[in-house]
Ligand binder design. Structure first.
Ligand SMILES: Nc1ncnc2c1ncn2[C@@H]1O[C@H](COP(=O)(O)OP(=O)(O)OP(=O)(O)O)[C@@H](O)[C@H]1O
Length: 608
């Protein structure tokens, strides 16, 4: 297309002092595949993608505004700067991905953002943009997943917008960072689920998740009350909406079992104060010989005070796992919880000791255990309900036509979040704790897109349920599977996490019937030449992400370290998390797998 050709040549003429774009020549077609970093629509022959990172480009993007069909613009790590007018994005109405990080752009936030209805990823980080962030417009972009604005000079108050009052909620944003700016005021509740690192380096920003509390809470109290009211209304709607379906599924096994429990119960209530703050205990004793039943409710539990509350509620079966069944339960007041019924006998003392510890765990990448009810033959666990499914369903669900591919950056974020949750767990309680049954179905995604690990510690309570042969064996470390005396360690969790990384990279399930395990499948393919063969193992959905292969390669190397045969050769989870964050933050490109590995030391040196 002559217009596209002219725009590209004008950009080269004004912004390519190092002649990095030497393949862009007037005599050839930009869509002929010989032009560096240019991709086109094969039908319309219009330029749809420019992938021009790390090329020493220095100038403005002005000439590129003629590329009206652009969907992907990646100019990270160049020397580009703003023209006299603020960057105007409205000339690219079809834009899905815009990466401008690590350049010299300055001035106000680019204009025309509200017209980019297809925008999914926006990365303006590490520039010198200033002025206010137009959150009002950004949260209305229905598909926006990534908003990276860190290391600029943005000012203003994040509280100026209340997503619950806008037509679209903010929940589509799953990757958010405004650290190292000059923002002020209290972090609003809808953003407080993101980690503290997303807000760090703003001297006058306060409130959750940052450690500094806001001294002047009155500023926000009005909006908080409004928030609560809106939420109340929303909950009511959810209740009405779910009501019809859920009543049909009323009770299922939860109710049946709870009826049985109720028949046997005589109850009394007392307060117990333990190391995790106050918890309410409804002690109930059954009449049967030696039977003892008890409902323990941890701090922060909403809507569930005693087992009878679950009895009254509507329940819907979510699925059956190797230890029991899990239900979505809508409580009377509209609170939604996940109730997991685990069948099996275990001693009360052990349950109380262990679940007391697990119930005290609070981390943004761990699904909170809110309450449990224990009887002699089963255990009912009440968790926060996470609405966005499991990593397993995101990776493997509906692989047929019509599936929305799971993007690389989303996969990497899930990996990072779950590594962070696991690293926190491994450091907790004098590092004496492990997950024990880490699988992709035990990584769930919350309403903000953060990944959280669940089912912590159930292996310790019910070892028999997880030791019989099952498809989940593919997650088990070899030393655990092969030895008679089953001894689980944190390094077994690291192995399971490595298998999950391979699942993320390959899109393959851990062990489909009659197939070799995923670890063997990958190792066999990359054994001879990692660099050469890695592309054969990557999920075909990921191959569209040109320029991300270095990141994938780095993650592959990390995964292979985690699944090392000998536990001492596997890195600690804190190291694994740091490596993933390095790959994410520095983009893998400059870092390269090798230098990441050189940077970090293990608790023991890896085998050759
Ligand atoms: N807290 C939760 N919020 C939302 N969905 C959940 C929650 N916990 C579990 N689920 C969903 O319920 C279903 C059944 O989960 P369950 O933990 O019983 O089995 P599993 O994870 O599939 O297998 P396993 O028992 O081996 O861990 C899964 O689809 C899971 O995604």
């Amino acid at each position: 297309n002559p217009e596209d050709l002219a725009a590209l040549l004008a950009f080269k003429a004004s912004s390519d002092p190092s002649n990095s774009l030497f393949s862009w020549v007037n005599s050839s077609d930009p869509c002929s595949a010989t032009w560096l970093g240019v991709s086109c629509d094969p039908t319309t022959h219009r330029v749809t993608g420019l992938f021009l990172q790390d090329l020493n480009l220095a100038g403005t993007t002005q000439p590129l505004s003629q590329l009206a069909h652009l969907r992907h613009l990646s100019l990270n790590r160049n020397l580009l700067y703003s023209s006299s007018l603020p960057l105007n994005l409205s000339s690219w109405p079809q834009l899905k991905h815009l990466y401008l990080s690590h350049n010299h752009f300055d001035g106000a936030f680019p204009t025309g953002i509200s017209q980019l209805h297809r925008l999914r990823r926006l990365d303006l980080s590490h520039n010198s943009f200033s002025g206010e962030i137009p959150l009002t417009y950004l949260i209305r972009l229905p598909r926006l997943l990534t908003l990276r604005l860190e290391s600029n000079s943005f000012t203003g108050d994040l509280n100026s917008v209340n997503p619950s009052s806008s037509s679209n909620s903010s929940s589509s944003i799953s990757d958010f960072n405004v650290s190292n700016n000059n923002l002020t005021g209290e972090i609003p509740r809808w953003l407080s689920q993101f980690p503290a690192s997303s807000f760090a380096g703003n001297k006058h920003l306060c409130g959750k998740p940052l450690p500094n509390e806001c001294s002047n809470l009155t500023v926000d109290s009005g909006s908080r009350i409004a928030d609560k009211k809106t939420r109340g209304k929303k909950d009511l709607l959810v209740l009405v909406y779910i009501g019809a379906d859920a009543v049909a599924a009323l009770g299922i096994i939860v109710v049946v079992t709870c009826c049985e429990i109720k028949k046997r119960n005589r109850s009394g209530t007392h307060m117990v104060v333990n190391g995790f703050g106050s918890r309410r205990t409804n002690g109930t004793r059954g009449r049967g010989k030696g039977e003892e039943e008890e409902m323990v409710v941890f701090e922060g539990c909403k809507g569930v005070d005693e087992v009878g509350d679950l009895l009254k509620a509507s329940a819907e079966l979510l699925g059956n796992g190797c230890m029991g069944s899990t239900y979505k339960v809508v409580m009377d007041g509209g609170d939604v919880v996940a109730a997991k019924m685990v069948r099996g006998r275990t001693k009360k003392k052990e349950v109380d000791g262990w679940l007391g510890l697990i119930g005290g765990l609070r981390h943004s990448n761990i699904v909170s255990l809110r309450a449990y009810h224990h009887s002699n033959h089963e255990l009912l666990l009440v968790y926060d309900f996470l609405p966005n499914g499991s990593l397993h369903s995101l990776l493997h669900g509906n692989r047929g036509p019509g599936r929305t591919p799971l993007e690389w950056s989303t996969r990497l974020k899930v990996a990072s979040d779950s590594a962070q949750g696991l690293a926190f767990l491994h450091a907790y309680d004098k590092a004496n704790i492990f997950h024990g049954h880490l699988t992709s179905s035990n990584i769930l995604v919350d309403h903000l897109g953060a990944a959280c690990i669940t089912d912590i510690g159930l292996r310790q309570l019910f070892p028999a349920a997880t030791t019989s042969s099952s498809p989940d064996d593919a997650y088990e470390a070899p030393e655990f599977l092969l030895t008679q005396r089953k001894h689980f360690t944190q390094k077994c969790d690291v192995y399971s996490f490595g298998v999950i990384l391979l699942e993320i990279l390959t899109g393959k399930m851990t062990a489909e019937e009659g197939e070799v395990s995923l670890v063997k499948w990958v190792v066999q393919r990359v054994a001879r030449d990692l660099e050469e063969c890695a592309r054969q193992v990557f999920d075909f959905e990921l191959l569209v992400h040109k320029g991300m292969e270095v990141e994938m390669m780095a993650v592959l190397q990390l995964a292979l370290l985690c699944v090392a045969q000998l536990p001492k050769d596997r890195p600690k989870m804190s190291v694994v998390h740091r490596m993933i964050e390095d790959i994410r933050m520095r983009g893998g490109r400059e870092v390269g797998a090798k230098s990441i590995f050189n940077d970090l030391s293990f608790d023991s040196s890896p085998s050759p």
